[in-house]
Design a protein. Structure first.
Lengths: 684, 214
């Protein structure tokens, strides 16, 4: 009998008379309660299990978002990607950074400024895949799989970059790019006061920025999204010197005390005015330029930077796109503004009204050397007007700039030779004069610098006829052992030509050079012409106090070179030779200084003794050793040499104090330390 | 069997034939036995599930604590001494004992007082750090510290810590750490893996010191 039928019969059975018990009903009831309790218990337990599983999926989604944040910020902090921390652009456009076959150098808006000095590895998952996936919506919904290495069966975790917001410290300038919920390209929006990367710099410790990321973590099961979690986090973006850790003036951003070398050793212009349309490099036909690093002449600089911020139309960076095999590279680099001098002749901050309204003193000093008057001591009583042309040694002593006469040796190991200058270490007694009327001393936080208004630098040897004679007084020494010396040749007081009665013109005429070197060829910086021409040599030793002391150690690093800076606002056109700011050659040289003349032209002429079989001896190489910020660098005639500092040299004026006028020109940025954290959930 | 008033008796005093039939008794016993069996089985199942949940809870709790400990390590880990250390011990080169502050992670090597206008001399402490930033050396000591954190073998839990971008070229290292926890699933759950996802956990952690790399 079937059980169901049996139950029906039992329930339908007519009770016998007197049968009143309900034992079977009770049994049924107990069984029902027992079974239902068991089912309920099992159901609750399984429900708890499912709850745990679902909770776990949510947690996995959040962890995927956390991992995404770490991944994104880790990749953006890679040197090759750091420009993206401050570049306002839809982040889906980042794919051009990592796109195959795209040379970073060809994308100036994405390139790390420090890549001018160092090559960054590009062939990295971040640069080639991860970042591309972050950016490119066509790639699997632009997500990054987390389980790529060790996939977990049955489940996938991934994250999706949803939003990037760049801002300054106060969040008043910002730029945000957001990916639509449905995917696709990110769109950008900007605050009324636009965010630009220039807001984050070393000028002030408050000039930091922030980057806020929104990342969605996703958990997939069987290809279906079962949980999501959105995380938002903001990181501080801090400027940082190239190849340095965090530091800055007065270590405002960290305790890396090393100096910054955010400094291009050789940069020419495309002219930074509307009227001067020519700039860059000029190599005359037949010229044989040699371009090397100063401290290792086996090496060439990696590039010549040509500033093209204002380039348009047919403008170019020069007729020759390589010099001695060194490529001329266009660059959006902008130099800091030239220093302004205030009423006291001290550099001031152009952002201050008082600075802009000030006018520097008009008095200025000519540094002119010719003939060889300096064999003997010159005291006050015996000094003649000619002796003023015998002084050849500029130095700082006892808190003032002095102009002195250094002794020379005619023979022996200290005498000047073909490749060297005279190394006699003695200043002639009583030969020094103070330049206090032309030079101002600035002390910031105990550190002194010296700023001199100079009409011109003229170093020549008219009147000399032998090598021995010319080497006695044709080198101007700039000694910065006791402090940096900045020579300002500004238009307001510069000597830009020769007039009748000028001692320089008289010298030219008296020695028969006026035809070869007409007055129209005069330049404010002039070391050409004559028998052996003239030289300028920057030297630096340990600080000293003795008046008789003379330093003869060449100062070859950029850190040292920039202590002897020749700064000029003169503007020249390359087609008009008379308007060159600097003429250097033929035997003459200028070594180990910093030319900061962003509007000026510098002409370099080769040494004729390369071809001569007799006559005056060559002065050796190089003709020009300097950090160069120019508009035009022109190589003319015969072999010429330009040696520049190493690209890893440190830039001296930076880091002395927050008030320094010269700051790192080139730096990058790093995101560090999250500033806020918030968590919120979205419905899948 | 009845709790009701006694049934009427016959004239001979014998009870009337009005109780359970044998069939009824068998059915009642079967029902009780069946329900008892179900109760016992479900109870055992619940005990197993509760045990499993408890184990999961212990595992999750352990992981949460472990991740928190690793995150703390990632914040306090510093190279201020010129080598990777668990935390800064105040010294000439470790001038800050406060993690997540700007002078905590980098060796403090100021220029000598005798030549304040010269660059600081090259420091092997700094070069150690900057060299380590180029590759896996920066985080190698941190991984040792992480692997030295206590484990609980009773939880069937395996933790692996490694560089997320181990194959990155020099200078392209993100220094991201991938921390992964894997469970050894109990045998009795093996058949249910389709219903319940494995609970392997994975986190990526970026040590704070990495931002101080050049």
């Amino acid at each position: 009998m079937k059980t169901s039928r049996l139950l029906i019969l039992l329930l339908a059975r007519t009770r016998a008379r007197g049968e009143r018990g309900f034992g079977l009903l009770l049994a049924l009831l107990v069984a029902l309660i027992t079974v239902s309790s068991a089912v309920t218990l099992v159901s609750r337990t399984q429900s708890g299990w499912l709850g745990v599983a679902e909770q776990s999926e949510s947690r996995l989604a959040r962890e995927a978002a956390e991992a995404g944040l770490s991944r994104v910020i880790g990749e953006l902090n890679l040197p090759v990607n750091r420009r993206l921390l401050v570049n306002p652009m839809p982040f889906t456009a980042w794919k051009t950074r990592a796109g195959n076959g795209i040379n970073l150098q060809d994308d100036p808006s994405l390139i790390n400024p420090c890549s001018r000095f160092a090559a960054f590895p590009e062939n990295h998952p971040s640069a080639r895949d991860g970042l591309r996936r972050l950016a490119d919506p066509s790639l699997s919904e632009a997500t990054i799989q987390l389980d790529a290495d060790t996939p977990t069966p049955g489940i996938q975790r991934r994250f999706l970059l949803r939003s990037v917001r760049l801002s300054d410290r106060n969040r008043s300038h910002w730029y945000r790019s957001t990916r639509p919920q449905a995917g696709g390209n990110a769109v950008g929006e900007q605050s009324a006061s636009n965010f630009t990367e220039s807001l984050i710099n070393f000028n002030n410790k408050n000039n930091v920025g922030a980057i806020e990321l929104v990342v969605q973590g996703q958990v997939l099961k069987g290809g279906r999204v079962v949980a999501t979690s959105n995380l938002s986090r903001e990181y501080l973006v801090v400027p940082k010197c190239c190849a340095r850790s965090f530091g800055g003036p007065d270590q405002m951003f960290g305790n890396d005390y090393r100096w910054c070398f955010g400094y291009p050793p050789l940069a020419v212009g495309l002219a930074n005015t509307s009227t001067n349309s020519k700039g860059g490099i000029y190599v005359y036909p037949g010229a044989m330029p040699e371009l090397r690093q100063r401290t290792n002449q086996a090496l060439r600089p990696s590039s010549i930077l040509c500033r093209v911020a204002a380039a348009s139309g047919s403008q170019s960076c020069g007729n020759a796109m390589t010099v001695d095999g060194v490529a001329v590279k266009t660059d959006s680099l902008s130099f800091p503004p030239l220093p302004r001098l205030d009423n006291n002749g001290l550099p001031c901050d152009p952002s201050e009204a008082a600075c802009m309204e000030s006018t520097p003193p008009s008095s200025a000093f000519s540094i002119e050397l010719f003939k060889h008057y300096n064999q003997d001591s010159v005291d006050d009583a015996s000094a003649t007007s000619e002796h003023s042309y015998s002084r050849d040694y500029l130095r700082v002593l006892n808190g003032e700039v002095q102009f002195c006469n250094k002794q020379y040796a005619e023979s022996g190991t200290k005498a000047a030779s073909m490749n060297d200058y005279d190394r006699t270490e003695t200043i002639l007694a009583k030969s020094c004069i103070s330049l206090n009327n032309y030079c101002a001393r600035q002390v910031i936080e105990g550190y002194a610098t010296y700023h001199c208004r100079i009409k011109n630098l003229y170093v020549n040897d008219f009147g000399a006829s032998t090598d021995s004679e010319v080497r006695q007084n044709n080198t101007l020494f700039i000694d910065t052992s006791n402090g940096p010396i900045y020579l300002y040749i500004y238009n307001q007081w510069a000597k830009k030509g020769l007039v009748s009665g000028d001692p320089v013109l008289q010298q030219m005429e008296s020695f028969g050079y006026a035809d070869d070197f007409p007055p129209s060829s005069f330049a404010p910086i002039y070391t050409v012409g004559g028998y052996n021409d003239g030289q300028i040599q920057h030297v630096r030793c340990a600080p000293y106090t003795s008046e008789a002391n003379a330093c003869v150690d060449a100062s070859q690093s950029m850190a040292s070179m920039s202590r002897a800076a020749i700064i000029s606002d003169l503007e020249n056109t390359p087609d008009d030779r008379a308007e060159y700011t600097a003429l250097i050659g033929d035997d003459g040289f200028v070594r180990d200084v910093f030319f900061w003349m962003p509007k000026a032209s510098l002409n370099l002429a080769g040494d004729p003794n390369i071809f001569d079989t007799g006559g005056d001896a060559p002065q050796g190489k190089p003709q020009l050793s300097a950090g160069l910020w120019l508009n035009v660098l022109r190589f003319t005639l015969r072999p010429t040499q330009v040696y520049v500092p190493s690209e890893n040299d440190e830039f001296f004026p930076y880091l002395r104090s927050p008030n320094d006028r010269l700051r790192a020109v080139i730096f990058d940025w790093v995101a560090r330390s999250s500033t806020t954290t918030s968590l919120f959930q979205l419905i899948p | 069997m009845s709790f009701l008033p006694r049934p009427p008796r016959t004239e001979l005093g014998l009870p009337a034939a009005n109780g359970f039939s044998l069939v009824e008794l068998v059915i009642a016993m079967a029902l009780l036995a069946g329900s008892l069996l179900i109760g016992v089985l479900s109870g055992q199942s619940n005990l197993l599930t509760m045990s499993r949940n408890l184990n999961m809870s212990s595992q999750e709790s352990f992981i949460e604590e472990d991740i928190a400990a690793i995150r703390r390590l990632a914040e306090t880990y510093t190279w201020c001494s010129g080598a990777g250390e668990k935390e800064a011990v105040i010294s000439a080169t470790c001038v800050s004992g406060d993690p997540l502050t700007q002078n905590y992670y980098f060796p403090n090597v100021p220029p000598p007082a005798t030549a304040p206008d010269d660059p600081p001399p090259p420091s092997v402490l700094i070069s150690n750090f900057t060299d380590a930033c180029q590759d896996s050396r920066l985080t190698a000591p941190l991984l040792i510290l992480i692997n030295a954190l206590p484990r609980d073998s009773a939880l069937n839990l395996v933790r692996t810590a490694a560089l997320a971008d181990a194959s990155a070229p020099a200078g392209g290292q993100t220094h991201l750490l991938r921390i992964r926890y894997s469970f050894t699933r109990p045998t009795e759950d093996a058949s249910r893996s389709a219903d319940f996802p494995p609970l392997d956990r994975e986190v990526l952690i970026l040590p704070a010191v990495a931002a101080w790399c050049p």
